[in-house]
Design a protein around this ligand. Structure first.
Ligand code: 5AD
Length: 352
């Protein structure tokens, strides 16, 4: 087992079965080794730095009906809200004053925001906060829209592929969505010049270990700059309300495997991980994650952006708890920093 992890660490070839073995093993010493090599690899590129991003959840209206998601169109219990451009800029101002230099604008697929509106929001942020990066996470759009946002100044785009397997994708989404288009969007974003993030939910309904291996192969092909993974957590008002939640242990192990395979990629310790376990995000960092995204949306928005049950949005998860978050990161030997934090090799075009 140590040899598999060392081979991953050294960038030597490992088989799918070997990766599966690492992810599934009951031997707890796997975790010690993954933490050691995962954090060592992150350290090579980023030292002990953990990048903070200010997350603004600006709309929970969504035209999609994904079976797992609490803000799906058919969830009539969801209290919908939208933030105006002014409100978004005011979130950025608050974040900027606290040192944040990346803003992540995330929302459902909400047609209320035309491309022109998104562009005008992005360019206003870039104008007012010159030294900041803007990340968009607003779903599937056509090439021209992505290009327009990029030209308006957006630097990065997060779009989890959710699963690389077409059949599995079909079990998580209604028929009008498909994995082919999802992947095409990711390649379009990459071609335009964005730093691109993909990712999956760990333990989503019907997911198999083979699906996860397929996800790793897809990522090897896409070569993303960011990979976001978190455990699936059911939401009571969705078709998956009574499905089993994903495993924290498997999520943590996957974080390490991703770190070893994709070297300098940016990996967040996600809110979902922190929701299932109090110290989930700190553990994520110890396994090789290097990004945390505190919520800087207004409180009323945070309360309503419920993708899954019991989502945390106060305390160290939010802008008010930033001091506490920094402390808890310092306690495990890391330093929370607010610089832009681009992927180490991005501008030099370096490959991992
Ligand atoms: N549990 C965990 N993650 C979820 N997401 C959506 N619904 C859930 C859920 N029930 C994730 C998806 C999406 C991201 C914004 O949140 O992966 O891409």
């Amino acid at each position: 087992m140590i040899n598999i992890i060392k081979n991953l660490y050294k960038g030597e070839k490992t088989s799918d079965d070997e990766i599966k073995y690492i992810l599934e093993s009951d031997d707890g010493s796997v975790d010690q080794l993954l933490m050691r090599y995962g954090s060592e690899t992150a350290g090579k590129y980023y030292g002990k730095k953990v990048f903070l991003r200010g997350l603004i959840e600006f709309t929970n209206y969504c035209r999609n009906n994904c079976y797992y998601c609490g803000i799906r169109r058919d969830n009539l219990h969801a209290e919908r809200y939208r933030l105006s451009k002014r409100e978004i800029l005011s979130c950025c101002k608050n974040g900027y004053d606290l040192g944040f230099r990346t803003f992540v604008l995330q929302g459902g697929e909400d047609n209320h925001y035309s491309d022109d509106m998104i562009c005008s929001i992005v360019s206003a942020i870039k104008e007012k906060f010159e030294d900041c990066a803007v990340t968009l996470s607003i779903g599937e759009k056509n090439y021209e829209s992505y290009k327009a946002y990029f030209d308006a100044g957006a630097d990065r785009y997060l779009l989890r592929h959710e699963t690389a397997n077409a059949d599995h994708y079909g079990r998580l989404h209604p028929k009008n969505m498909n994995s082919e288009n999802r992947k095409k969007c990711l390649y379009n974003l990459k071609n335009i010049g964005y730093q691109v993030g993909c990712g999956i939910m760990v333990g989503s309904p019907y997911q198999t270990m083979d699906n996860i291996i397929e996800d790793l192969h897809f990522m090897q092909e896409l070569r993303p700059d960011m990979i976001g993974i978190g455990p699936f957590i059911p939401h009571r008002d969705t078709p998956f309300g009574d499905k089993k939640k994903g495993s924290v242990r498997l999520t943590l192990r996957l974080i390490s495997v991703l770190r070893l395979m994709f070297r300098d990629v940016l990996i967040p310790a996600t809110t979902a991980l922190g929701t299932l376990e109090q110290s989930g995000r700190e553990k994520g960092i110890l396994y090789g994650a290097n990004v945390v995204m505190p919520n800087i949306s207004p409180v009323y928005a945070r309360e309503r952006y419920t993708l899954y049950d019991n989502k945390i949005y106060s305390g160290r998860e939010s802008i008010e708890g930033i001091g506490e978050l920094k402390k808890s990161i310092a306690k495990i030997g890391y330093e929370a920093v607010t610089d832009r934090g681009d992927r180490a090799g991005f501008f030099s075009g370096e490959k991992y």
